[in-house]
Design a binder for this molecule. Sequence first.
Ligand code: C5P
Length: 420
Amino acid sequence: MTRPLQNRRILLVIGGGIAAYKALDLIRRLRERGAQVRPLLTKGAQEFVTPLAAAALAGERAHTDLFDRAEEADIGHIKLARDADAIVVAPATASLMARMATGEASDLAATVLLATTLPILIAPAMNVRMWQHPATRRNLATLKGDGVHVVGPNDGAMAEAEFGPGRLAEPAEIADAVEAMLAGDDAGSGFGFLAGRPQNPARPLAGRRVLVTSGPTHEPIDPVRYLANRSSGRQGHAIAAAAAAAGAEVTLVSGPVQIPDPAGVRVIAVETARAMLAAVETALPADIAVFTAAVGDWRPASVGANKIKKDGGDPAPLVLVENPDILATIAARSSDRPTLVVGFAAETDDVLANARRKIARKGCDLLVANDVSASGGVMGGLTNTVHLVGRDGSVETWPTLDKDEVGRRLVARFAALLPA
Ligand code: C5P
């Protein structure tokens, strides 16, 4: 079996957050996979874990201070920035991300990160409000634009008894992401601007336009009521984020959702299926169109101008009419049909048989089928188990993965399917 991290040298920058303790486990996971790990702790990190613990687990000296004379004589920050195959920043705090984004070389970690041309993976971890702050979103978009790879953060309970995105990705996930980054970057540096190559392998969709639909639709019954579904928008948003990280110019047409807009993506918010179709048509042309939205199949035939009242008798029957099929409409366009049209099939039973029928009916090139029966917890949940169904009826089943990871892998697949 090949071990992608065998003998790869990782400089692990540990930032100053409560999640720093997980960086110790990450050292172990990376070493289990054959990597050599050199730890570098910021001043803040040393409030949470000791250089001694990191050094003991890494079997290497831990670096800490920019102005350590002995260290400068011995290895020096420029050498640290070069003498590895990749740099991993975990946890990447809001402050460290800000310093990276602005190119501020105020301590050893930031100096090394500024001086390097190596591929960089950051694993952000911070309070959910800090993560959602526009400043952090801007910094994240800047870093992604510079070719920095990102894993997580995950949703979950936080140290401050809050819930939401901000938890450090699990050490095994980070190790997977390092493997993926090194596999993708074997052709050279992660930085296109430094390597001077026309196409950065970390940004396979540079120069491409990607259109994604996401979330549910709301179909009004009257001014205060609507028909909707349980879609959270997580999968569609994750695909849009991954496409942006891969260098694409992304338009995300989203129904009403409770999650933040992905960084670096143009978002058009809509409510109804008809508004979604209109927004999608306006956003064309695109190289890739991914229809992830859980579009309401029906809408009330007429919308009450005022709130419909109870009048003591039986309720008036709700008459429904069918909504336009956005995916089928776009897949059937003759002049500006996107090169790759991808549909989703949320099924509660007979997933594959239904998906095979659907790909033909909708006219798309690829269908991503998933089981959304209540027991799976996919609708509104954080993970997804998908099957890729091809036009020839072929099926590829992926393991259950975090929706962000599904998004990244799908985007890598889409990029591979596009003609050069
Ligand atoms: O027919 P079904 O709703 O299962 O098809 C799912 C796929 O079709 C998804 O890609 C969804 O975004 C898309 N769709 C659409 N417009 C509709 C219904 C579904 O784009 N009205």
